[in-house]
Structure formats: C-alpha cells, structure tokens
Design a binder for this molecule. Structure first.
Ligand SMILES: NC(=O)c1ccc[n+]([C@@H]2O[C@H](COP(=O)([O-])OP(=O)(O)OC[C@H]3O[C@@H](n4cnc5c(N)ncnc54)[C@H](OP(=O)(O)O)[C@@H]3O)[C@@H](O)[C@H]2O)c1
Length: 347
C-alpha cells in the first residue's frame, strides 16, 4: 500500500467537498490504486489551522466547520514545511484559497513553497496557472514533483488531461468557448426579455456567481480561465490582465434581443489564437450563428472547442457543474500523481 499525506490550504466549499470525496472514494483508492490517503493538516484564513502527523478526521471537520474553529494558528507556510517532513510516498498540498484577480496571491506563494519543498501540488485555484504557469511548471520539474490543476477550468471536466494524456502529437492552434456560467445564464435571460437583476440573483442564490459578481460580469473569471488555458495548452505567457474583456450588464439587453430576432445568439465567448510567436486571448460579447455549438448550449452549460492541427475541432461540453465536479478535479489529479509514482518505480 502506498501512502499519500495531504495538506489542505483552504477549507471552504471546495476544500471541504474534496475532504468528503476522499472519504467516499476511500475503498476505490485503496482497491484500485493501492493508495491510502490521509489528511494531515488544514490551513484557513479565519478558521484557524491544524496539523496532526498521524492524520485528522477531516470528514468530521468538513461537516461541522460552519460552527467550529480549528485549533492553533499554523500558517500555510508552516503547514507546508510540516508536510514536507512526512515520510509518506506522496506528500501533496491541495490549494483551494480564493482567486485574487490582482496578482494570483497568496496562492502562487503557497504553490511555490510546496513545490520548492518537494511536495506535489494539486489545485482548483485558477490563479497560479493563470499568472505564473511557466515559473511553477519549471520549478516542479527542477524539484522532480508535479503541479496539477484539472479543477481550475470547467471544474473536473478533463481539459488539461485530455490534451496531455490523449492527444499526443497534436498541436493546439487556438480555442473558443463559453466558460462562465453566470454570464451565460444572464445573456440567455436578457434575450428572452427577463430582467438582468433577477437573472444575476438566481446565479447568486445557487452559489454559482462569484462572491463579488463583478468578477463574472466584468469578464475577469473568463479572462483568468482564458489565460490558464492559453498558458498550458498553447505555451503562452499571459496573465488575465493581458486578456481583453467585454463586460455584461443590463445595457446588453437590446443587442441580445436584436441578435435573437435575427435567429442569432449573443454570448460571452473566450477565444485564443496564435499571433506570430505570441498568443492573443480575448473575452468578447460575440454574435453566434444559431447552429454554432456554443449557441446551442442549455442554460448553465459550458463548452470549449479546441482548434487542432491533426483532428480539426475537438469539443468538450460540461452540461452542469457543481462542487462535486470541482472536487473530482482534485481527486483525478491525486490519481495522476499515484500513476506517475508507479511509472517512476517501474523505470
Ligand atoms: N466553488 C466552486 O464551485 C469552484 C469551482 C471551480 C474552482 N473554484 C476555485 O476553488 C477555490 C476555492 O473556492 P471555494 O468556493 O472553496 O472558496 P471559499 O469557500 O471562499 O473557501 C476558501 C478557503 O480558503 C481559505 N483561505 C483564504 N485565504 C487564505 C490564506 N491566505 N491562507 C490559508 N487559507 C486561506 C478560507 O479560509 P476561511 O474559511 O477562514 O475564510 C477558506 O477556507 C477558488 O480559487 C475558486 O476560484 C471554485
């Protein structure tokens, strides 16, 4: 049996769902992957932190966190240093703090500290990959560990895995997609004459809109996803600030309804294309033909269409995203780490 010690930096919606999923999948991980996972530490911002080298009952904490503070305050840096001292076969830091759209911090510092200490990193946070992908990838390579982030874009739907594992020899020339559920829902409501505030309110009520909805409406969430996708799939060196953005507000109603009356659809589309040696990425309010796959998506669906050199266009759709899918992104990263360890032992 192979042991993985896991430190959770961030224990909010995603971190807690991941802790519960690890417990739900315990038998599968042991039987199919000979992987025995132990959560050894948790760091949060206001709820305290905890480290216990022999493992903690994170399941119980995940259920009771709303009412309870964790123990003494161990900083994220201390937690990572303690994780690094473990003798487990895999030492994994799972980063799920909120995205800071200004500079991607403190998540980048957390990831950097863990990689530097020769721990593997899995994250659902877009920040590190959208702001500092090359630096972190190179650091991971130098330290002989992995930096994985499948949950960062379209939750657990495999995008990065798809290209890395199943499209060998294929070059991604560009992409276009709908990757922000809140603005997708708002645009569909506006074209049907429904009020902007009500549509946004529904997304807030369902916990889909960001805590600060301007991150969705001003295109920042989509820009971070576009930068992450371009950096990883096209070897770009972008940050979200290099991605031009259109905002969505009540003033988009006329254009959405005019497009609708002509049998077309106005949608928030992210896209990227090569421009010489550089890559340009944009978030644009775009009028689509009604037959376009992106125009036919139902209410809260997302989709990404990859333009490739050898397979023409490859599309991936996410019909509905939720916390379990995001937590699954982290779980799939964990299994990738285990598979890499097996390959290393065999070589
Ligand atoms: N929610 C989703 O559906 C979803 C989907 C895909 C990706 N994501 C990404 O996943 C990440 C987590 O999302 P979430 O919904 O779980 O956020 P959340 O509920 O706000 O939880 C964030 C957690 O991070 C902790 N934290 C904040 N700053 C910290 C710091 N400096 N050091 C240590 N811990 C810190 C918070 O501590 P306190 O509890 O003390 O505040 C909290 O436990 C975000 O980057 C988000 O963009 C989320």
């Amino acid at each position: 049996m192979f042991r993985a010690d896991i430190a959770l930096v961030g224990f909010g919606h995603v971190g807690r769902r991941f802790a519960l999923l690890l417990d739900e999948c315990r038998n599968h991980l042991i039987n199919e992957h000979q992987l025995d996972c132990r959560i050894v530490g948790i760091a949060t911002r206001r709820h305290g932190s905890v480290f216990e080298a022999s493992g903690i009952d994170a399941r119980e904490l995940a259920r009771s966190m709303d009412h309870q503070m964790l123990g003494a305050n161990v900083s994220a840096a201390d937690l990572i240093a303690k994780l690094a001292a473990s003798d487990a076969g895999l030492r994994v830091m799972a980063e799920t703090t909120p995205l800071c759209i200004r500079d991607g911090q403190p998540a980048i510092a957390h990831v950097e500290a863990a990689l530097d200490a020769e721990c593997d990193v899995i994250t659902a946070n877009k920040g590190p990959v959208a702001f500092a992908y090359r630096r972190l990838r190179d650091l991971a390579e130098r330290r002989g560990v992995s930096f994985l982030f499948e949950g960062a874009v379209m939750d657990g739907i495999p995008i990065f895995n798809l290209v890395r594992e199943t499209l060998p020899g294929v070059t991604i020339a560009g992409f276009r997609g709908i990757v922000n559920t809140t603005t997708q829902h708002v645009m569909m409501a506006l074209e049907r004459g429904q009020p902007f505030e009500e549509a946004l309110g529904r997304m807030q009520q369902r916990g889909i809109a960001e805590a600060d909805p301007s991150l969705d409406l001003d295109g920042w969430d989509a820009a971070a996803k576009a930068a992450a996708l371009a950096n990883v799939l096209m070897d770009a060196d972008l940050t979200p600030h290099a991605v031009e953005r259109d905002a969505v507000g009540p003033d988009a109603t006329d254009a959405a309804q005019t497009a609708m009356s002509r049998g077309r659809r106005l949608r928030v589309v992210v896209s990227a294309a090569r421009n010489g040696a550089a890559v340009d990425a944009v978030v644009r309010l775009t009028e689509l033909d009604s037959q376009d796959l992106l125009a036919t998506l139902p209410n809260t669906a997302n989709a990404l269409i990859l333009a490739t050199d050898l397979l023409d266009e490859v599309a991936v759709c996410q019909m509905a995203g939720d916390l379990t899918q995001t937590a699954y992104g982290l779980l799939s990263d964990l299994i990738t780490l285990r598979r890499r360890a097996v390959r290393q032992m065999q070589s």
